[in-house]
Design a protein around this ligand. Structure first.
Ligand code: SAM
Ligand code: SF4
Ligand code: SF4
Length: 395
């Protein structure tokens, strides 16, 4: 398939829609996946890189629902050169996709993210971003206009508002006069221009977590119009999940009853805006998959599928267990060890003990799966491919 701007065709792809509905398949052949874990030939479907430069504040915002608000920050960071070296190791080992995201931080808050993205693009990897896109540098826009950007790459911009006022309230921005929302709309236009300039398609989506602060129809309609006009080709609404280790103020995390109410009030409007060239989705995955407020699904296979480089430069099982407070279950320190040494540091002869030990540590650290993680672990368990390797205590 040529990598030209065929947006409407690509956007219709089941792959994109599935991903945004938390239904993407990260493992396609479970028997093969099992064999590769036993042989130590397994390669992650993707690696998440949560790069951060040394700063006092870990993120530019403190969103009241953020998964990572309880993360501890010891101040440790990977040096920029080491981060680039790790990116090379990941690519040379055959990883086809890198996600730039964050747990308590934002990829575009890292001042050398462009260097990492450049490595990824040069290897022809698919890249993904989860970001607030509050800042987009000229160099970022230039790299994104590379004609060889791999198909299925994407930037997912979390917005959660349709105006400056609600953006500030929803994200607890200190300065009520701040116009971050306008800046984000403008940045999405710039990203869309880079895409058009390079001629290589990448998906540009905008997402919206609904809660007490931002659920009015006016706000929702304005967000849809602004981001579709700016060039986004998929918009998704969903609900914040309960984060780890703290209970946000009332109304920040919708109750089951709130979810039912918001869904019934907004479904008609959202469906009426749904178009083939820019799907608009309202996704309630917690009800669909019966995972409302469920902490985690174990045994956990995340470290084999989407291991994550945390902002502290350690390698962790997944995006939701990637901060110093998860050291007890970390795979190791990338400042001292290479990526593949840490990735393959398990005993394939004793997988029951491996999974049992991990599940125990996961319970002790209190990690909480995001939706894709619940769905992936559930799929691997349900496949039965590991049934004989998992003792009843683990499964
Ligand atoms: C943890 S953030 C990190 C990347 C970036 N800082 C951002 O906010 O987009 C990744 C995604 O998780 C979402 N998110 C954060 N906390 C959440 C929660 N408690 N429930 C559901 N989604 C959450 C954000 O809205 C964002 O779309
Ligand atoms: S949701 Fe993203 S931008 Fe908001 S505090 Fe968390 S990491 Fe930072
Ligand atoms: S949060 Fe979920 S996916 Fe991540 S390590 Fe814990 S159990 Fe595994």
């Amino acid at each position: 398939m040529s990598n030209t701007t065929t947006g409407p065709d690509l956007v219709k792809s089941a792959d994109l829609l599935k991903r945004y509905q938390y239904g993407a398949s990260y493992v396609t052949d479970y028997a093969e996946f099992r064999q590769k874990i036993l042989d130590k030939t397994v390669v992650p479907h993707q690696v998440e890189f949560q790069a951060a430069s040394p700063r006092k504040e870990i993120c530019w915002l403190k969103c009241p629902w953020c998964y990572g608000l309880s993360a501890t920050d010891t101040g440790e960071r990977l040096a920029k050169d080491r981060a680039i070296e790790i990116m090379h190791q990941i690519a040379k080992g055959g990883v086809k996709k890198v996600i730039f995201a964050g747990y308590a931080t934002d990829p575009l808050y890292c001042d050398y993210l462009e260097d990492l993205l450049e490595v990824s693009v040069n290897y022809g990897q698919i890249f993904g971003f989860n970001t607030k896109a509050i800042k987009t540098s000229a160099r970022l826009l230039e790299i994104l206009s590379t004609p060889t950007v791999a198909p299925k790459s994407y930037l997912s911009i979390s917005v959660d508002a349709g105006s400056n006022e609600v953006y500030n309230t929803a994200h607890a921005v200190d300065n009520p006069k701040s116009r971050i929302y306008d800046r984000v709309v403008d940045n999405v236009s710039k990203l869309a221009k880079s895409r058009a300039k390079g001629g290589a398609w990448f998906d540009l989506s905008a997402t919206y977590l609904i809660n007490e602060t931002n659920n009015s129809k006016t706000e929702v309609a304005k967000f849809i119009k602004d981001f579709r006009d700016a060039g986004a080709n998929l918009l998704r609404f969903t609900y914040p999940q309960l984060p780890k280790d703290f209970v946000p103020a009332a109304g920040i995390i919708p109750s089951k009853r709130d979810v039912v109410q918001y869904t019934s009030e907004l479904t008609e409007l959202i469906q009426s805006e749904n178009r083939p060239d820019c799907p608009v989705l309202l996704v309630d995955a917690d009800s669909t998959h019966d995972i409302f407020r469920k902490p985690r699904t174990t045994p956990c296979f995340a470290s084999f599928i989407y291991p994550t480089v945390g902002f502290d430069g350690w390698l962790y099982h997944c995006s939701q267990s990637s901060a110093p407070n998860f050291r007890a279950m970390a795979l190791g320190d990338l400042a001292k060890s290479d990526f593949w040494d840490l990735y393959y540091n398990y005993d394939p002869q004793n997988l029951p003990e491996h999974f049992r030990g991990c599940a125990k540590k996961m319970e002790e650290t209190g990690c909480r799966c995001d939706r894709k993680e619940h769905v992936t672990n559930t799929g691997v368990i349900a496949s039965g491919a590991f049934a004989d390797l998992l003792d009843p205590e683990t499964a």
